[in-house]
Ligand binder design. Structure first.
Ligand code: BO1
Ligand code: ZN
Length: 270
């Protein structure tokens, strides 16, 4: 067994035993109650949220046993403005969460509704900190851009990832990315705004260091593309298939929503 996971024995309800931060009051994900969002035009629009990702930033695709992840070389990447104000953040990695069927899979929910998946672009504050690990310990250290995935037509940029996944079907497998995969092409095309709040990493150790920025507009991916995600395995190639529990497939790798409590949910855009 890994140190943590998403099954009955090692799932989200057990994380607090080994990761005390998971019991904090600034945890993620949350259910976004849209009627509760405060329009904060002065604060959020004085410097609009902006990002830049060179097409060559995506370096390797990894199967860590609980999702797929693309590690980037942060060079030339940036995220700034909006709730981040003048601090400049760099892209560290991006990864995805999904379900066993198309009706669930996202971590955040919107008015109680789950999406089929959720893409996370993970950034760290280079204005204030020297490394990702250092930033991950600070309340303003990380910023994650979240994009909801809805089942529909094939997503061309996501397909570049889907086509590489068979090369990392087992845990700890890594493949070098040679074709450009542009993370900005994974963001929703129209600027429909975002919700933002202060939260945590959604996986252990659940550090309370994340400014969450969730796009209101989803992207479409096909049912077939999600099935390719669901073909990843939680065990290494050397290990035997744990034939119980969906043959060790990486599915339902999402943490359920936690209380927003007295935190403020802000919104920007339509
Ligand atoms: S997420 O976007 O909230 N799902 C998320 C969750 C975890 C990480 C990044 C984004 N990264 C984690 C690493 C851990 C490390 C921790 C603190 O950051 O996976 O290995 O301990 O540095
Ligand atoms: Zn995530």
């Amino acid at each position: 067994m890994n140190e943590w996971g998403y099954s009955t024995v090692d799932g989200p309800s057990t994380w607090v035993e080994r990761y005390p931060m998971a019991a904090g009051s600034r945890q993620s994900p949350v259910n976004i109650e849209t009627f509760r969002a405060k329009s904060d035009h002065e604060a959020l629009s004085s410097k609009p949220l902006s990002w830049r990702y060179p097409a060559t930033a995506s370096k390797k695709l990894v199967n860590p046993g609980y999702c797929w992840r693309i590690d980037t070389d942060g060079d030339g990447t940036l995220l700034t403005g909006g709730p981040l104000m003048d601090d400049v953040y760099k892209l560290e990695q991006y990864h995805c969460h999904w379900g066993c069927s198309d009706s669930r899979g996202s971590e955040h929910t919107v008015d109680g509704q789950a999406f089929a998946g959720e893409l996370h672009l993970v950034h760290w504050n280079t204005t204030k900190y020297n490394t990702f690990a250092e930033a991950a310990k600070a309340p303003d250290g990380l910023a994650v851009l979240g994009v909801f995935l809805k089942v529909g037509k094939t997503h061309e940029e996501m397909d570049k990832i889907a086509r590489l996944l068979p090369y990392v079907s087992h845990r700890d497998e890594v493949v070098k990315i040679t074709e450009n995969i542009d993370p900005s092409k994974l963001l929703p095309a129209d600027d429909n705004g975002y919700w933002t709040y202060l939260g945590s990493l959604t996986t252990p150790p659940c550090n309370e260091s994340v400014t969450w920025i969730l796009f209101k507009k989803y992207i479409e991916v096909s049912h077939h593309q999600l099935n390719i995600f669901r073909n990843l395995r939680k065990f290494t190639r050397d290990e035997e298939c744990p034939c119980h529990e969906n043959h060790g497939a990486v599915i339902n790798n999402f943490r359920p929503p936690l209380p927003l409590g007295n935190r403020v949910l802000r919104e920007c855009g339509s």
